[in-house]
Write a protein that binds this ligand. Structure first.
Ligand code: 9D3
Length: 241
């Protein structure tokens, strides 16, 4: 059975969108995964097709009705994890991506308005996930990010060369700078070591650059990288690689 993604949204026409292109798109065409966008509004029963209502306790904005959200989720409840994309969710991590990609698929609920009624989150045991600390206008781009991250891990989607490379020495390090021909471009050269043919020196330079960039931009990752190194030293008694 292929990996199945269902997206519950008020804007089903946004899908597949970018997921229809490139790596994910080829995976879709080849049947490695499938994507179904279901219109939440299709689960309304009233003449005006209302999906929202005013918040108990007052305040600005509207809340998605529990009966409508629940009906949409019920239509796809088949054992796949049900995920609610929301700015207050746990941050999406590569380890969550690996866990989800390793299962049967996902049911993604995209929020609009201020959010959905809390009782649906509890009754349907929704896992709440955010894609970062910035404000989107809805959950749809977040759903695309989560799906893109999962799909590239599915067997057969990515070439073996690329996938093997992923988690080598570089855990918790950002990438080193890349260069290709010409050796001089608009008056800018290439670090001479990369032209030296000295493989060990190239590896040392790349490692040093990766460390410098990580320290500069991501003190959080730098701290994790340093504890990786300490843990490796304890186990192996060696510092390299
Ligand atoms: C007034 C409080 N706002 C929360 C910061 C309300 C609100 C803003 C934006 C509620 C929902 C949204 C729409 N965003 C998402 O649905 C969303 C999201 C995001 O905005 N950032 C990061 N990850 C995600 S996942 C879903």
């Amino acid at each position: 059975m292929s990996w199945r993604a269902t997206v519950l949204t008020l804007f089903p026409e946004m899908f597949p969108g970018p997921l229809g292109q490139s790596l994910a798109g080829r995976g879709l065409e080849r049947g490695i995964w499938s994507l179904q966008a279901d219109d939440i509004r299709a689960h309304t029963t009233d003449r005006h097709r209302t999906v929202d209502d005013t918040p108990f306790g007052g305040g600005a904005g509207m809340v998605m009705r529990p009966d409508i959200a629940d009906a949409a989720l019920a239509a796809h409840a088949d054992g796949r994890p049900a995920i609610y994309l929301t700015p207050r969710g746990r941050p999406l991590t590569q380890s969550a991506v690996r866990r989800l990609a390793g299962g049967p698929g996902v049911v993604l609920f995209c929020g609009r308005y201020e959010g959905i009624d809390q009782r649906v989150i509890e009754a349907r045991n929704l896992e709440e996930i955010s894609v970062g600390d910035y404000v989107l206008s809805g959950g749809e781009p977040a759903a695309m990010i989560l799906l893109d991250a999962c799909v590239r891990l599915l067997p057969g989607v990515m070439g073996a060369a690329e996938s093997a490379e992923d988690e080598s020495f570089s855990t918790h390090l950002l990438e080193y700078p890349h260069y290709t021909r010409p050796a001089e471009w608009q008056g800018r050269g290439v670090p001479p070591v990369l032209l030296s043919g000295h493989h060990a020196a190239v590896a040392a330079w790349r490692r040093a650059e990766a460390e410098r960039i990580t320290q500069e931009r991501r003190p959080d990752l730098w701290a994790l990288h340093q504890s990786d190194l300490r843990a490796r030293t304890v186990v192996t008694g060696r510092t390299a690689p």
